[in-house]
Design a protein around this ligand. Sequence first.
Ligand SMILES: Cc1ncc(COP(=O)(O)O)c(C=O)c1O
Length: 425
Amino acid sequence: MPTTPAPAAASRLDVMNFLNEIAGDNPQALSFASGRPAEAFFGAQEYMQRIPEFVRHLQGRLGGSFDDTFKQLAQYGRTNGIINELISIQTLRDEGVASEAGHVIVTAGCQEAMDLCVTTLCREPDDVLLVRSPTYIGITGVADINGIEIVHFSCAAADSVADALTAAIRGARQRGKRPRALYLVPDFDNPTGTVLSRAEREAIIAISAAEGVVVLEDNPYGMFRYEGTSEPRMASLDAHGCVVYLGTYAKTLCPALRVGFMIVPPTLFGDAAAAKAFIGAVSQAKSFVTVNTSQIAQAVVGGVLLAEDLSLARRIVPAIAFYRHNRDAMVQALQAEFGADAGISWNEPQGGFFLVLSLPFAFGRAEAEICTRDHGVIVMPLSFFALDDGESHRVRLAFSNSDPQRIREGVARLGRFVHGRLRGG
Ligand SMILES: Cc1ncc(COP(=O)(O)O)c(C=O)c1O
């Protein structure tokens, strides 16, 4: 049952409003705040053309006239989706995640997949969701609006993610809680840009399997790797039936489609009936929330997937080059602006949309406001994503929906604020 959020939850839930408001009040400000994909790669004419192509594909399978097939597409449809098979093949080709089409559920964006998983898994008052801190606010928001307790662990103090996770599970059990799900973004994490190593992934799977915790592996950014070698997806390493894989076409195609998906493993902890029961419960819940994911939007995605021979790897090559260029511009601008400053550092992610800047002073909501109002640059304090107070000095910078010139200017503006503060201003 949704409850009135606790004060901490209420403040987490307020982050999006805050950002919209400062962006609205300061339209001249350059923004590194949101991980929006670059609009240059939205196929304006193309997406529309994919709908009739997909209808013709359906027509080939079902028979009947083009008009009748379109009318079926425009009707209410199957709760779990109509492009499950195409997604199943694409995720195998692009991500190495094998699945049965019947275990793919097409959702209204990844956000709905997160909501359905968390609310289906955490039904009892003692059920808790495990997250790393900091983490993506989309997942904490789901738990908060549904009154589900979040147990967080930070990796800063512990030796490893596995140790921190084990301690969090033990601590929760000692309080009579039942950890049911663990949410992770193993590839180019939002907000930190970090990647879990293969050894960390394997250790997390082993712990989760032993503890009966379902891992929700969220992977919107994994295909956006700019150099280096990919780690295997956790779902592809999972031999226990404990990883549910979450995906989206928001970054590879465009967010407005609102098409995402979840892939349920063949068994849940070795139990095939439990996996089927989970799919049934998710599907039942979805049938009362979004009824089905827009079939027109699924037709666009399905049409693109068919046109791309069921792999998006080649299609996103120009986007990868664009984002890499932006990442390089941001790293160079940070080096030029802060390279000589003691106590300022940043990571250089090999992919994804974000990096994190560490500062020698606290940077929270008030500093974000001053930066926007007085210096014309919007950044996200990492404390907005944190569940403890360990992130007071770090800031997330998104470089995805920008260009090198705006990145240089934005970093110079941020530099004026930071250097002013360092001089005691
Ligand atoms: C980690 C993560 N998961 C999920 C999403 C949202 O995906 P969708 O737009 O498909 O709901 C985002 C969007 O920024 C994200 O960063």
